[in-house]
Design a binder for this molecule. Sequence first.
Ligand SMILES: C[S@@+](CC[C@H](N)C(=O)[O-])C[C@H]1O[C@@H](n2cnc3c(N)ncnc32)[C@H](O)[C@@H]1O
Length: 220
Amino acid sequence: MLNFYGRRHPRNIKNNKLKNLDDSNFFLDKKNIKKFNSTIKKFKNFNLEIGFGRGENIFAQSLKNTNDLFLGCDPYLSGSFYLSKNIKASGLKNLFFTTLDFLELFKFLKGITFKRIIIMFPDPWPKIRHKKRRLINSNFVNLLDLITFEKTKIVVVTDHEDYLNQILYEFYKSKFFELSTEIVNYEVGVSFDIAFTKYYKKAKKSNKKVYFLLFEKKKS
Ligand SMILES: C[S@@+](CC[C@H](N)C(=O)[O-])C[C@H]1O[C@@H](n2cnc3c(N)ncnc32)[C@H](O)[C@@H]1O
């Protein structure tokens, strides 16, 4: 089975754009990601965003928390160009990203544990025959156990009710995480300073209800 089902490359991609991305210090690919482990030593707290899209949220979060390290993964290249432009303009030194999909990236994360993991609007794959493509399934939740520690917070945002139910069920089944009820729904967005991403705005524009879920790693 494939790890990623979307489109990786925009249709008209300019070689110099790719080269600029490759040359930047904050872009990680299979060649340089091993060095990442030494780069990150100076940071105490690590945050991960899976499927950052255009990077609006990870960028805003890393600007506000410059002592924390932020790592994002999303195989869709167009988003990386947006994010790369913003990082260069701001001079941020705590934000790194990759076009490896989560399962590929996971192989390089041995020994790294995250304080926070954010997943905003994971692709819902609404057709029944495509549901198996969804990112959040029991295997995914088991992998999260390996890159988290007690009290790690996982925020998931979706506007798709069928996927919402699956996400709740996958985490409910897991012995590693529990749904936090201290703060619920929009309070999660506010408390975690979640930014208005492209898909958040799209959901609001079509009057869709947006669900914010907060999971916490249980004591083992
Ligand atoms: C619906 S978009 C949401 C983008 C962004 N989070 C937002 O709120 O605007 C889903 C994103 O997840 C990315 N994605 C899909 N499968 C992924 C995977 N296995 N690992 C990382 N990102 C993935 C897609 O490329 C896409 O950019």
